[in-house]
Ligand binder design. Structure first.
Ligand SMILES: [Zn+2]
Length: 527
């Protein structure tokens, strides 16, 4: 019965459940309580023929693994990883209940709608549908829903990689961050995240001498010194580094020869970003070419009439891959300069950046799939400036990628604002967009993948309830024999795509991501 429900409904309802579970991670060990969403996911997988295991790092901080065992122990294992925790909200800034999981005019609202409960949900639906369909991959498929990503992941992915390495042993990982379609003159660019910067947090304690606030002349006020320390750190610009991944990304963005040259020359990149009108791109370009220093918290002073003797400053430093924590400390000292004797530095989180090669069969499979789902688009490796759980796997030498097709309807410039911002939501309307265009052009698309019987069934079910006019939905496709070519990953054959030109309006990221995940899994680790 469940398999007869549309993919959209299934993934939407799971997404709404995960939003309503409100696994808010405020950085304290007692927050998050992802056990709620682990239970929901375990219920969801029940009866699908996958084995579920739950792992607890701290009370209530649970992660869940569901796996479909592969037929060949030597074949590569693929791990799909989504986090179940979300960051806190400022409810006053929201137009809807941030934890209501409301579905309004085809839009799902709520904290986590794009970061990343949409993918956590879609990956679960893909895994369950594959299992129900009898899909037996060559290499084991692992679905992993983790706790604690939003506080660095040590109680989730980090805990598992360190303490339960056998449970999460994989050869490739797909997780969040990537797949937002960025328009260029040569079609849409879809970034696949292959690396990220290393988070290095430092607490600076600035010392002064206490005194009476009524006589400030020539006193040693820690707050005044701290203000200068903050100013210097904010103004500090370490030398730019141009990584290959950045160079390739800029080239793919088709920005014109002058801007491309400016953004890929270490001697010119800072001046170039200073002169750019597009602030989103300027910030991205700066952060992808520099180790960055952001003083974000300051505590000091005890009373208005007391000159303070102690101020604390927290600095968020993001190091480019290849920069060591020692190099970070050298840069920080350089920034503070001759005020160094007044400042004590304590090291908090200290992480190296991470980078995976994109020259792998999994990226090739994602490229094949994506070019069918979004004709004219190109998959391009990129780096993310934030942190994800992918780092735990990359540090072990396991290629890990952030990817999941996102909506064309939401302007790409809106995504950065929705991550951790107000009114996080995912649209439900544009599912037919890119697929319809593809279908109108050729009606049929070549597809390298096998094992899609359940999807075809779902397609027929949806088609029966289609709200779209038939002329938009050419359905006369040649019959497909699912038994053909099942032995090869890379052989191609004709299949009747695109499914969604007959579907009702639906959450675009879910069906698209669902298809992308499903096909990538099948294409990569197919039976
Ligand atoms: Zn996330």
């Amino acid at each position: 019965m469940r398999d007869e429900q549309s993919i959209e409904t299934e993934a939407t309802e799971l997404l709404r459940t995960l939003i309503r579970n409100a696994c808010v991670n405020d950085g304290t060990v007692a927050s998050g309580q992802e056990t709620r969403s682990c239970s929901a996911l375990e219920d969801y997988f029940a009866g699908a023929g996958v084995t579920c295991e739950r792992y607890t790092s701290e009370p209530g901080r649970e992660s869940l693994i569901a796996r479909i065992e592969g037929s060949d122990p030597n074949a590569p294992r693929l791990l799909l990883m989504g986090h179940t925790d979300v960051v806190p909200v400022s409810p006053d800034g929201w137009k809807r209940d941030p934890f209501g999981g409301e579905l309004v005019d085809g839009v799902v609202w709520g904290r986590g709608a794009i970061d990343m409960l949409n993918l956590t949900s879609t990956m679960a639906v893909a895994t369950r549908r594959l299992a129900k369909d009898g899909f037996r991959p060559r290499g084991t498929l692992i679905y992993l829903a983790v706790a604690d990503e939003e506080a660095g992941g040590n109680l989730g992915a980090g805990h598992l990689v360190e303490r339960r390495p056998d449970a999460v042993k994989a050869d490739y990982v797909i997780t969040e961050s990537g797949g937002v379609p960025i328009p260029t003159s040569k079609g849409h660019v879809l970034g696949v995240t292959v690396g990220e910067k290393g988070a290095n947090w430092r607490r600076l304690t600035v010392a002064g001498t206490p005194g009476h606030g009524s006589r400030p002349f020539r006193t040693d006020n820690a707050l005044v010194t701290a203000a200068e320390v903050v100013r210097r750190i904010a103004a500090y610009q370490p030398k730019a580094r141009i990584l290959d991944v950045w160079r390739e990304y800029v080239k793919a963005m088709d920005l014109g020869p002058e801007l491309t040259a400016g953004l890929t020359d270490p001697a010119r990149v800072l001046d170039t970003v200073r002169g750019m009108d597009n602030l989103t791109l300027a910030r991205e370009a700066h952060a992808c070419t520099h180790t960055t220093f952001s003083p974000n918290v300051m505590h000091g002073g005890v009373k208005t009439n007391v000159i303070p003797d102690r101020v604390e400053i927290d600095v968020d430093i993001r190091a480019l891959p290849g920069i060591t924590t020692e190099e970070v400390d050298v840069m920080l000292a350089e920034a503070i300069g001759d005020l160094a004797p007044r400042v004590t530095i304590r090291t908090g989180r200290g992480q190296q950046g991470s980078l995976s090669t994109h020259d792998t069969p999994l990226v090739a499979a994602m490229e094949r799939v994506t070019s069918r789902l979004m004709p004219g688009s190109r998959v391009v490796p990129k780096m993310t400036t934030g942190g994800t759980d992918a780092k735990f796997f990359r540090w072990q030498g396991v290629p890990a990628y952030g990817f999941g097709l996102q909506s064309l309807r939401i302007p790409y410039t809106d995504y950065p604002q929705m991550f951790h911002g107000h009114n996080e939501r995912v649209d439900t309307d544009a599912a037919g967009g890119p697929c319809r265009r593809g279908a109108r052009r050729d009606g049929r698309l070549r597809h390298p993948l096998a094992g899609f019987a359940a999807l075809r069934a779902a397609h027929r079910t949806r088609g029966a309830h289609s709200a779209r006019p038939p002329q938009r939905a050419p359905r006369r496709h040649p019959p497909v024999t699912p038994s053909a070519n099942r032995t090869s990953l890379h052989r191609t054959r004709e299949v009747p795509l695109c499914w969604f030109h007959t579907s009702k309006p639906s959450v675009m990221t879910r069906p698209l991501t669902f298809l992308q995940v499903t096909f990538a899994v099948q294409g990569f680790s197919g039976s």
